[in-house]
Design a binder for this molecule. Structure first.
Ligand code: ZN
Length: 304
């Protein structure tokens, strides 16, 4: 946990849950992103430890991926008066709870249904402790993602648009929707905003923003030149994410989950012709094992 003074707390989580930012003053307590649903208890105790009895007044999601809004339902059950603000793109699908459009089904992930009370548009601002947190549209990783800049202090909540080493999977590209240019445009927006400190959706906060931007740009150039590299990165991220959730699984059940996961099928049919689906999944698992991200032993696969 990082206490950034001026009422801003940054909870750095693992990779299954997104990081969370709590912004407080005497009247308000605003939480940005709520982690994955299996970590809801941990999210609640982290938030409560900083609230010290103060009610949570607002929940904000930078985007609606399961690892960023999975704790919404649990927090809403406790803080019944809190408002929940989300980006506009998929807001109507939250109202009707469409797990297909909201990506939970095709990714083979889960998110407990929650209610929204409002949306955050590009240019909107949330003012806490006399500081303006300005919303900027940040498409790419997710077409509807936002990032939020504290304009006085130059602190940027960058979600999955910029990490210290890269950025999140470009999800529209999995479905064949061109979005690498949107990633580039969003990196340019971040460059123009000149943040002094970045609070990313995953990983530690960082101040070497220009270096992070050039790392992200060169990664993007690679993905543009070799889309199959992005495809394999995306598949591995989906596989690793499930392992982070399951920790240990019989290989047969892991394969069954993969077979039921639509995005993996799309990636396989678009980019892989030499291997059957199951053989491809196993090869990706072996490659994750080689990089130290998992262990395969006695017909089990384990997170590492
Ligand atoms: Zn995301």
């Amino acid at each position: 946990m990082y206490d950034l003074s001026l009422g801003v707390s940054f909870f750095e989580r693992g990779w299954l849950s997104s990081n969370n930012v709590l912004i407080q003053d005497a009247e308000q307590a605003v939480l940005v992103d709520t982690g994955y649903w299996t970590h809801s208890d941990q999210t609640i105790s982290l938030v409560k430890s900083k609230l010290q009895g103060q009610p949570l007044t607002t929940l904000i999601n930078t985007h609606l991926h399961s690892d960023h809004c999975g704790g919404n339902a649990a927090l809403q059950a406790i803080f019944t008066d809190a408002s929940t603000l989300i980006p506009p793109g998929h807001a109507e699908y939250v109202d009707s709870w469409d797990a297909e459009v909201l990506s939970y089904k095709p990714t083979g992930q889960h998110c407990p249904p929650f209610k929204k009370t409002g949306i955050l548009l590009d240019g909107d601002a949330v003012v806490v402790g006399k500081k303006t947190w300005r919303v900027h549209a940040a498409p790419g990783h997710d077409p509807h993602s936002i990032i939020i800049l504290n304009e006085e202090d130059g602190v940027l909540i960058s979600a999955d648009a910029l990490w210290q080493n890269g950025f999140g999977v470009v999800f529209p590209e999995i479905e064949g929707i061109a979005a690498f240019e949107e990633v580039a445009a969003t990196l340019n927006i971040i460059e123009r905003l000149k943040p002094k400190l970045v609070l990313p959706g995953h990983g530690a906060p960082f101040t070497d923003v220009n270096e992070a931007l050039s790392r992200a740009k060169s990664r993007l150039t690679q993905f543009k030149s070799y889309p199959e590299k992005h495809a394999s990165y995306a598949a591995k991220v989906l596989l690793k994410f499930k392992l982070l959730e399951l920790q240990k699984s019989p290989l047969s059940e892991y394969h069954s989950w993969a077979r039921a996961t639509q995005y993996l099928h799309i990636l396989h049919s678009t980019y892989v012709s030499a291997l059957s689906f199951d053989a491809w999944i196993y090869e990706l698992a072996l490659s994750l094992e080689k990089s130290g991200a998992c262990m395969i032993k006695d017909k089990f696969i384990m997170n590492a």
